[in-house]
Design a protein around this ligand. Structure first.
Ligand code: NAD
Length: 342
């Protein structure tokens, strides 16, 4: 049984608490939050769970094996490092840290102490993204041409991170999982419409060595919520609409082919293929449950999580590159091939 302590019981922390409380193999042991009103809610919901305003109490408690950090991103590095130094296994909320250097320090500390470092890139544990991973890996998609994501709604405005670190972070982790490729260049534009606050809208383009191009439109300033990804491959095309209650993924047998027949050289040599569309059955298990059970398994058996600190670092490095491009009004930021941690 893995005893888990959670730091931060704001918007996301309660989802972690519910999953760890219900999961076989894990026990929700304690929750720390500086906001007493949040702790009052915890005490009503989980009377047996210890509560404290001081997260150091969780680190000093030898009965706690693992710490989950669900506080604002600006606190992640300090809290994560303290938890590792106290000998705890670590669950970090996304994005892992503010800088890739901080991420690297956490990865090294976890490795030195042989502790599990899990980064909650939740989408990787959804049935929809896993199904798309199967379609990529089986070769059914063919060559990946493009990935085009729209992730917009009204809010939630964050105080300490931009919309890139809050929303595009999901696309960066999904792309890493699906393609296994790392971009060679990034160009992003975006703005903050409200002085003194982080950028609330951004358009990010990622260029890949294989020729694939990816785009993410992320915003906290849209009248409606949209969570849609369009993927084009040489054999199949996919629409993933995360707001669809069922049939989130639709796979289209559509595409184009070009002939190199010399007799047609003067003509448009493109042919269009329009075949069937189908909606594969997806595993509907809550992603946090799948990720949580994987975390417990990694702690129990000394395994490396699928969403480990290395992935966390790759994602943070992309946030840095995209942010740098955005602040240079879309100027291309090249990523060294060796920038991708192995
Ligand atoms: N994986 C996902 O899909 C997902 C979704 C939402 C949020 N998140 C991540 O979860 C983290 C938290 O986001 P949120 O939206 O819940 O933020 P939030 O502001 O709603 O909650 C943060 C909580 O941390 C508490 N806190 C702050 N400083 C503290 C301290 N020193 N000690 C103890 N508690 C402290 C606050 O009182 C608050 O209750 C962020 O990293 C965010 O990116 C992840």
């Amino acid at each position: 049984m893995i005893n888990v302590g959670i730091i931060g019981y704001g918007y996301w922390g309660p989802n972690l608490a519910r999953n760890f409380a219900e999961m076989p193999g894990a026990a929700l042991a304690a929750i720390a939050d500086t906001d007493q009103a949040k702790l009052d809610v915890v005490r009503r919901r989980y009377p047996a769970v210890k509560t404290t305003a001081n997260f150091h109490d969780l680190l000093a408690d030898s009965s706690i094996d693992a710490i989950a950090i669900a506080t604002p991103v600006s606190t992640h590095f300090e809290f994560g490092m303290a938890a590792l130094k106290a000998g705890k296994h670590l669950w970090m909320e996304k994005p892992m840290t503010e800088t890739s250097l901080q991420g690297q320090m956490l990865v090294e500390e976890a490795s030195r102490r042989q502790r599990v470092l899990f980064v909650d890139h939740t989408f990787i544990y959804t049935g929809a993204v896993r199904k798309m991973g199967e379609i990529f890996k089986s070769g059914d998609l063919g060559r990946a041409y493009y990935y085009d994501s729209t992730r917009v709604n009204l809010g939630l405005f964050q105080r300490d991170v931009s919309v890139i670190a809050d929303l595009a972070v999901h696309d960066f982790s999904i792309l890493d999982y699906l393609t296994g490729e790392y971009p060679s260049a990034v160009s992003a534009s975006g703005t903050n419409h409200f002085p003194g606050t982080p950028e609330n809208l951004a358009y990010i383009t990622l260029f890949y060595p294989s020729g694939m191009i990816a785009h993410a439109n992320v915003s906290w300033l849209a009248p409606v919520k949209v969570r849609q990804i369009l993927i084009g491959g040489s054999k199949k095309m996919i629409i993933y609409d995360d707001l669809e209650p069922s049939e989130k993924i639709k796979v289209y047998d559509k595409g184009v082919s070009f002939t190199d027949d010399p007799t047609q050289i003067q003509e448009m040599r493109v042919g269009y293929r329009t075949g069937d569309m189908w909606a594969p059955k997806l595993d509907g298990t809550e992603a946090l449950r799948v990720g949580g059970e994987h975390f417990v398994d990694c702690v129990e058996h000394g395994k490396t999580p699928q969403t480990d600190g290395e992935l966390g670092m790759r994602v943070v490095a992309l946030i840095e590159a995209a942010t740098s491009s955005m602040r240079g009004k879309g100027e291309t930021v090249y990523i060294q091939p060796n920038r991708k941690p192995s």
